[in-house]
Design a protein around this ligand. Structure first.
Ligand code: ZN
Ligand code: ZN
Length: 440
C-alpha cells in the first residue's frame, strides 16, 4: 500500500477520485486474503480501516492537488515560457543567425529536460543490471541463493534482534538488507557516474543518429522535421506536442542547417550533463519509481508466501509456481507456536511433524484437529519435504537453543524444551546443515 501511495504521489498529476477507489480496492483485496479472513474482521472494523487509511491519504492528495494547481496556473505557466518567447522574438530581428539560437534553445529547453527524464528513468535499471552481472550478483539469482546468504550472515553475527526481525518482519528485514547493500556498493559515487556517463553517451548517440537520418534532414518544414525526429526517438525521449509547437513557432530556418546546429549544441549539452550529474549519488535514486532495491527485492522475495507452520519463506522463485517450497524448516516455536497443553514454545519441526501421528489445530482448520500427515488437505499448495534424519534443520535448532529464553520472552511464552541432541550442535555444524539444506 505505501508503494501505491508513493507511485500515485509521484505521478505529478492532479488528484482524481480514482486514486481513493484504488486504495479502497487494495484494502478490500487485503481483507479478502486468507490470513486476514482467519481473524474474522467485521463490517465495523472494515469501515474504520477504510476511514483510517483514507484519512491518512487526504493530506497527501491535498498536496498533490495544490502542486498540480501551482504548476498549471496560467500565470505561472506563461511566466515560465516568457524567456523562450522572448528569444524567438529577438531571433526574428536577427534573421541571419536564426538557426543557431533556435537550435540552442531547442537543446536547452526541450532536449535537456527530456534527456534528464530518460537518464533518471533508466539509471535504476542500469544499477540492477550492473549488480546482477557482477560476481557478487549471484546472491540475487533467486530466493534460495539469497536466503542462504542472509542466513549465513545472521549466523556469523549471532544477534538475537536480527534473528527476531528476520523471522517476524521478514519483508522489512530483506528490504533494509538490500538497501544497505546497494548504498554500500555505490558508496564510492564514481561507480554510479560510470553508469550515468554510459546513459548520457548512449542517448546522445541516438539523438545524433536521428538528426543525421536523411528522412529527417530532408523534411519539407520544421514541424515535419520534429515529427520525424520524435518518431525515431519515441522509445527514449518524451517530447510533448506543446514543446514542438513552441520550437516550431515562426521557425523558418533551413532544416538541414538547423539539424547540423542542433548536433553542434548537442555536444555542449553532453558535457554540461556530465558535469551536472556529478552531484548525483545513490540515495537520490531511492525516490525514483524504478528503485534498484525494489527490483532486487522482487527477485529474491519470490511469491512471498511462508510455511503455514514455521513461517519459513517459499523459495520456489517467481509467482507462477504450483507448489510453495522451503529448503530449511524451523522449530515452530520460532514462529511463536506453543504446545496446546502448556505455554512452552514448540520445539517440533514441520519436516518431521508431517511423518508423525500428531495433529494441529489453527484457524485454518476451523477449530477441528487435522493430522500433520494430511496437511495438504488444508494447505494443498505447500510441499513440505519429510525428513527424519537427526541432523535435519540443525541450523534452526542451534538458533532456538542459543536464543530460547529471549524468544520466549519476546513471545510471552515459556522457553522450549531443548532435546539433549540439540545441546551439542556447534556453530560449524549449524553452517554445514545450512549448506546441505540449500545445496550450496
Ligand atoms: Zn515449515
Ligand atoms: Zn511460493
Amino acid at each position: 500500500m505505501p508503494r501505491l501511495c508513493h507511485d500515485i504521489l509521484t505521478l505529478n498529476d492532479d488528484y482524481n477520485e480514482i486514486y481513493s477507489q484504488e486504495l479502497m480496492t487494495m484494502i478490500n483485496h487485503s481483507l479478502n486474503e486468507k490470513e486476514v479472513k482467519k481473524l474474522h474482521p467485521n463490517i465495523q472494523f472494515e469501515v474504520y480501516l477504510m476511514l483510517h487509511v483514507l484519512g491518512r491519504a487526504v493530506p497527501h492528495f491535498q498536496k498533490m492537488n495544490e502542486n498540480y494547481c501551482s504548476k498549471n496556473d496560467p500565470n505561472h505557466f506563461l511566466n515560465n515560457l516568457k524567456k523562450r518567447y522572448f528569444s524567438i522574438f529577438k531571433s526574428k530581428f536577427q534573421p541571419k543567425d536564426e538557426s543557431k539560437p533556435r537550435a540552442k534553445s531547442f537543446c536547452q529547453q526541450t532536449l535537456k529536460p527530456a534527456m534528464k527524464v530518460h537518464i533518471y528513468k533508466n539509471l535504476g535499471r542500469k544499477v540492477v543490471d550492473s549488480i546482477l552481472s557482477s560476481t557478487d550478483g549471484v546472491q540475487f539469482k533467486n530466493p534460495k541463493y539469497f536466503q542462504f546468504n542472509v542466513l549465513k550472515e545472521l549466523l556469523e553475527m549471532k544477534n538475537f534482534h536480527n534473528y527476531a526481525r528476520y523471522i517476524n518482519e521478514h519483508e522489512m528485514y530483506i528490504r533494509n538488507w538490500i538497501s544497505e547493500y546497494v548504498v554500500k556498493r555505490y558508496e564510492d559515487s564514481s561507480k554510479l557516474h560510470i553508469l550515468i556517463q554510459d546513459l548520457i553517451s548512449s542517448i546522445c548517440k541516438k539523438i545524433q543518429f536521428a538528426l543525421r537520418d536523411p528522412y529527417v534532414k530532408k523534411s519539407p518544414d520544421i514541424l515535419t522535421f520534429f515529427d520525424r525526429f520524435c518518431q525515431i526517438l519515441r522509445n527514449y525521449l518524451v517530447i510533448t506536442q506543446n514543446d514542438i509547437k513552441l520550437v516550431s513557432f515562426q521557425n523558418t530556418v533551413n532544416i538541414s542547417q538547423f539539424s547540423s546546429d542542433v548536433e553542434l549544441y548537442l555536444k555542449e549539452l553532453e558535457e554540461e550533463f556530465m558535469s551536472d550529474m556529478k552531484s548525483v549519488n545513490i540515495e537520490s535514486l531511492f525516490d525514483l519509481k524504478f528503485t534498484p532495491q525494489e527490483e532486487l527485492f522482487k527477485i529474491v522475495i519470490g511469491c512471498g508466501k511462508k510455511c503455514p507452520f514455521c513461517r519459513a519463506p517459499c523459495e520456489s522463485g517467481g509467482f507462477n509456481h504450483r507448489e510453495h517450497f522451503a529448503s530449511a524448516h524451523r522449530p515452530k516455536g520460532l514462529a511463536q507456536y506453543t504446545w496446546s497443553d502448556c505455554n512452552a514454545l514448540c520445539n517440533s519441526i514441520c519436516t518431521t511433524d508431517v511423518l508423525s501421528n500428531d495433529m494441529f489445530i489453527n484457524p485454518d482448520t476451523g477449530g477441528d484437529g487435522c493430522y500433520y500427515k494430511e496437511y495438504r488437505r488444508i494447505y494443498p499448495e505447500w510441499r513440505i519435504q519429510p525428513d527424519t534424519s537427526i541432523r535435519a534443520s540443525d541450523y534452526w535448532k542451534f538458533v532456538l537453543r542459543e536464543f530460547n529464553a529471549k524468544f520466549a520472552d519476546l513471545y510471552s511464552a515459556e522457553p522450549a524444551e531443548i532435546p539433549d541432541e540439540w545441546k551439542t550442535i556447534t556453530q560449524d555444524q549449524a553452517l554445514r546443515s545450512l549448506r546441505e539444506a540449500y545445496n550450496i
